[in-house]
Design a protein around this ligand. Structure first.
Ligand code: BGC
Length: 576
C-alpha cells in the first residue's frame, strides 16, 4: 500500500508545479515565470499524497461500505425475464405468437458479448488505499462543470462491491466484463512509485471474473488522467506523457497478460482530447492556443498508444490490443456534391483522425493533415511505422449516427476562415432529415443531445468500418447503449425497471449486427454501455445508461428489462 511517506520521497527533488504555472507548448518542460499571469511560480516544496489531495481536491465523501463485500447469491426472483415488452419482426427470446426466428441470422459461437464500465464512473473509494487524484476528481470540484455538481467520490462503490457486480452479470449469463484501470490508483502521481494495494485490488477483480467464468477486458485509460501529470506538464498536451503512459502500460501488461487477453489502450481519444482546453484557473496554464490543444493531445495519444501496443506485444504476442474509436455513421443530408465532401471531412476529422494512422498509413488523413501540419511536428518515418498496424481489432463505441452537410457558407469559405464557427473541420451535423421535421430516430434523454436511436444505419456503418480500415481481427462494438429519456424522473422501482427505448435499441441494434454478419462483415463482439447507471461525466448521475438500476443510497442493484432483452438476443441467435 502507498504511504504518504512514499509520496514525499517521490516528490523530493522534482519541482511540484502549482496551478497557476505555465508550461511551453511543445516540450512540456516545466518552467517558471513564462506566463503573463502574475501568479505563476514553481516551488520545491514537498507534499505527501494527503497534502496533494487537500490542496487540489479538499474533502471527499466516503461510502458506508468500505471493505470488500462477499457476494450474496443472486435471488432467482430477480432473474425472471420481464413480460414481453417489445415486438420486433423476429422474436427477442420471448414467445411471440405468429413470429418465428430468422434462420439465416447467427452470432458465431465465438462472438463475445458483455457489459462495460469505467473506473472513475463506477469505482468510488477515490482516496482509499493510496489512490492519487485524477483530473476528474478536480473537474468535479469546478462549480457546475458537472451540471448536478455530483462527484465520483462514492459512485457505485464498485471498488468494494466488484464481487457482487461480477456475480450479477454472470447470473444473467453475460460472459464478458470490460472495465478500466484507474491510472492514479496504480501510480498515485502518474509515474514513479507504484501503489501495491491497487495492484492487489485489480488482481482480485480479474481473478473474480475468471472464477465466475467471465472474460475480463481491460482499458488502460478511460479519461481519468493522474492530476499530477496534468499539472506537471499539461498531461496529453505534452509528449512527456508518452514514456509515462508506456511505463504504466508496461506494468499492467506484465502483471496481467497471462489472465487478460483483450486490452484497450485508450478510450475515445476524440472525446478526451476535445475536452481540452480544461477550465481556466483549475489546472496549469498552457501557451498552446485553445483551438490547437486537442490536436496536440491526439498526436501524443497516437505516439503513446502505438508505443504501448508494441510493448504489450513484446510481452505477449498473442494479446489482442487496440484502442477504442468513436464518432458515428455519417449520412449525407442530401445527394449534393457539397454534402458528399462534407461527409468525407467528417470522417477525416472524427474516426479518420485516429483510424487512418492506426489502420492505413501511420499518418493523418490529408484534409486533417493540411491543418495540423501548420503547428504539429510531422510524424517521423519510424513513428509512422510504429503507429501503422498498432491495433488488432477495430474497436468502435458506435452509439449513433448523424446527418452531415456542408456549412451554409460552403466548405471553402470555412476552410479559409479561421474564425468560422466550424473551422477547421468545416462540416455541419443535424439529427433531422432534410425535411427539417423528423429526427432520424427516437431521442435519448435530453442530457445526451448527441444521441438518438439510429439503428437503421448500423449495417451500413459496419460495412464502412470493415471496408475502410480493413482490420485483421474484425470489428467490435465496444460500447453501445442509450440513456432512457427522463428515466431520472421515475421514482418507483417498477417504473424504472421497464426501459422500452433502451430495450428496443438493443434488440434492433443486435438485429442490425446479425444482418451485417449475414452479409459478410466480420463483427466479433459487443459490449453494452453500461453495466449499470453510473456517473455520466458532466451530466452527473441523472442521465442513465445502465442495464441495471442502482439505488445510490443503499447501493442495491436491479436488472432492468433491457438486460434481459440484450441477453435474449444471444440466447436465440448464437450458435451453440
Ligand atoms: C464513454 C462513456 C460514457 C458513454 C455515454 C462513451 O462515449 O466512453 O464513458 O458514459 O459514452 O455518454
Amino acid at each position: 500500500m502507498a504511504s504518504t511517506a512514499v509520496m514525499a520521497v517521490l516528490l523530493a527533488g522534482s519541482p511540484l508545479v502549482l496551478a497557476q504555472t505555465s508550461f511551453p507548448s511543445s516540450t512540456g518542460v516545466v518552467a517558471s515565470q513564462t506566463s503573463s499571469s502574475a501568479a505563476a511560480f514553481v516551488t520545491n516544496i514537498q507534499l505527501s499524497l494527503d497534502d496533494y489531495w487537500d490542496l487540489y481536491i479538499g474533502p471527499v465523501a466516503n461510502a458506508s461500505i468500505n471493505t470488500t463485500v462477499t457476494p450474496t447469491p443472486i435471488p432467482s426472483s430477480s432473474l425472471i425475464p420481464p413480460p414481453s415488452l417489445y415486438y420486433p419482426s423476429f422474436p427477442s427470446g420471448q414467445q411471440v405468437p405468429l413470429q418465428s426466428q430468422n434462420e439465416s441470422w447467427k452470432f458465431p459461437k465465438d462472438f463475445w458479448y458483455g457489459v462495460a464500465g469505467a473506473s472513475y464512473q463506477i469505482e468510488g473509494a477515490v482516496k482509499a488505499e493510496g489512490r492519487g487524484p485524477s483530473i476528474w476528481d478536480r473537474l468535479t470540484r469546478v462549480p457546475n462543470y458537472v451540471v448536478t455538481n455530483d462527484t465520483g467520490d462514492v459512485a457505485n462503490n464498485n471498488y468494494y462491491l466488484y464481487k457482487e457486480d461480477v456475480a450479477r452479470i454472470a447470473a444473467l449469463g453475460i460472459k464478458t466484463y470490460s472495465f478500466s484501470l484507474s491510472w492514479s490508483r496504480i501510480f498515485p502521481f502518474g509515474s514513479g512509485a507504484v501503489n501495491e494495494a491497487a495492484l492487489a485490488h485489480y488482481d482480485d477483480v480479474i481473478d473474480t471474473c475468471l472464477e465466475y467464468g467471465v472474460t475480463p477486458m481491460v482499458t488502460l485509460y478511460h479519461w481519468d488522467l493522474p492530476l499530477f501529470l496534468q499539472n506537471a506538464y499539461g498531461g496529453w498536451l505534452s509528449d512527456k506523457i508518452v514514456p509515462d503512459f508506456v511505463a504504466y502500460a508496461n506494468l499492467a501488461f506484465t502483471r496481467w497478460h497471462s489472465k487478460v487477453h483483450y486490452w484497450f489502450t485508450v478510450n475515445e481519444p476524440i472525446v478526451f482530447c476535445t475536452n481540452y482546453p480544461l477550465p481556466e484557473h483549475y489546472f496549469t496554464k498552457t501557451d498552446i492556443p485553445s483551438i490547437q490543444q486537442k490536436y496536440y493531445c491526439g498526436h501524443n495519444v497516437l505516439l503513446a498508444h502505438s508505443e504501448a501496443y508494441h510493448v504489450g506485444k513484446s510481452i505477449n504476442a498473442s494479446l489482442s490490443i487496440s484502442l477504442k474509436h468513436n464518432g458515428g455513421y455519417k449520412i449525407p443530408r442530401t445527394n449534393s456534391s457539397a454534402d458528399a465532401a462534407a461527409v468525407q471531412r467528417a470522417w477525416d476529422f472524427q474516426e479518420g483522425w485516429f483510424s487512418d494512422p492506426v489502420f492505413l498509413t501511420g499518418d493523418y488523413p490529408s484534409s486533417l493533415k493540411s491543418y495540423v501540419s501548420t503547428f504539429l511536428p510531422a510524424f517521423t518515418d519510424a513513428q509512422k511505422e510504429k503507429i501503422n498496424g498498432s491495433a488488432d481489432i477495430y474497436a468502435h463505441d458506435a452509439y449513433t449516427s448523424d446527418f452531415i452537410m456542408a456549412p451554409d457558407s460552403g466548405i471553402e469559405a470555412c476552410t479559409k476562415n479561421e474564425s468560422h464557427s466550424l473551422f477547421p473541420s468545416c462540416y455541419n451535423t443535424t439529427k433531422l432529415y432534410a425535411n427539417n421535421y423528423w429526427a432520424l430516430g427516437p431521442a435519448s434523454d435530453p442530457g445526451s443531445p448527441w444521441l438518438n436511436k439510429a439503428t437503421d444505419w448500423v449495417p451500413a456503418f459496419l460495412h464502412y468500418m470493415q471496408d475502410t480500415w480493413k482490420p485483421r481481427g474484425g470489428v467490435a462494438i465496444t460500447e453501445f447503449g442509450i440513456s432512457e429519456p427522463y428515466e431520472e424522473l421515475r421514482k418507483d422501482l417498477a417504473s424504472i425497471l421497464i426501459d422500452p427505448i433502451r430495450s428496443s435499441y438493443y434488440v434492433d441494434y443486435l438485429k442490425a449486427i446479425l444482418i451485417a454478419l449475414s452479409e459478410g462483415v466480420d463483427v466479433v463482439g459487443t459490449l453494452a454501455w453500461s453495466i449499470y447507471d453510473n456517473l455520466e461525466w458532466s451530466q452527473g448521475y441523472g442521465v442513465k445508461f445502465g442495464i441495471q438500476y442502482v439505488n445510490l443510497t443503499t447501493q442495491e442493484r436491479y436488472f432492468k428489462a433491457s438486460a434481459f432483452e440484450y441477453v435474449n438476443m444471444f440466447q436465440v441467435y448464437q450458435e451453440k
